[in-house]
Design a protein. Structure first.
Length: 200
């Protein structure tokens, strides 16, 4: 079996399977929850060899992960004691944003330039907040990119963020800035990614 962080056929297959499921379910427009992401992380690791098997599908701060800290560049993710509450806040705000956007952008509505800007803001925010909290011991980047692609699919945009290998073109710098709460820096990166996908 492949290592969880290796760019393997199995990992690519797992990610593609999750994307297909997200595409299939997007028309139902169910409100997302952090439990969706817990399941994604579990599915990502299916058939792979994780760094620590008991990390799979569990958030930092839960039993056995009470003392797991993460650091990206010079920034720490949320303290393990705070992850549960941070995730509660994340879920509440995400659902509030989505309820408002769903009212403005019903499934049969053509997406306007203003709508597109708001969708990309949502993609950038949900991705960056997940990165900032860093709720898993590993696999947060992939899960954050799945969050952003799930939001794009919800509003009939293509999944424009490459899941693996990690995107380039300024993505890494924007992700590090997200650790300090700066989600806006991801917006132009995502705009460029979407434009390049549409033009290809």
């Amino acid at each position: 079996m492949a290592d969880w962080d290796e760019n393997s056929e199995k990992l690519s297959g797992n990610l593609e399977h999750i994307l297909r499921a997200l595409r299939k379910e997007s028309h139902r427009r169910q409100l997302p929850t952090v439990e969706d992401a817990r399941q994604w992380q579990h599915d990502i690791m299916d058939g792979l060899v994780p760094e620590e098997p008991h990390y799979v599908g569990r958030f930092r701060g839960e039993a056995g992960l009470e003392d797991i800290a993460v650091i990206i560049g010079s920034y720490y993710g949320s303290h393990p004691d705070d992850v549960a509450e941070e995730l509660n806040k994340f879920e509440r705000k995400l659902q509030q944003i989505i309820i408002a956007l769903d009212q403005r952008i019903p499934p049969d509505k053509m997406v306007t330039a203003s709508d597109l800007a708001d969708i990309l803001d949502l993609c950038a925010w949900v991705h960056s907040e997940w990165v900032r909290i860093h709720p898993f011991a590993n696999g947060n980047g992939r899960t954050a990119r799945l969050w952003a692609n799930a939001m794009a699919l919800r509003y009939r945009l293509p999944p424009f963020i490459r899941l693996r290998p990690r995107p380039d073109g300024g993505y890494g710098d924007a992700a590090e800035k997200a650790m300090s709460g700066d989600w806006q820096s991801s917006v132009p990166i995502f705009q460029q990614m979407l434009a390049e996908l549409i033009e290809s």
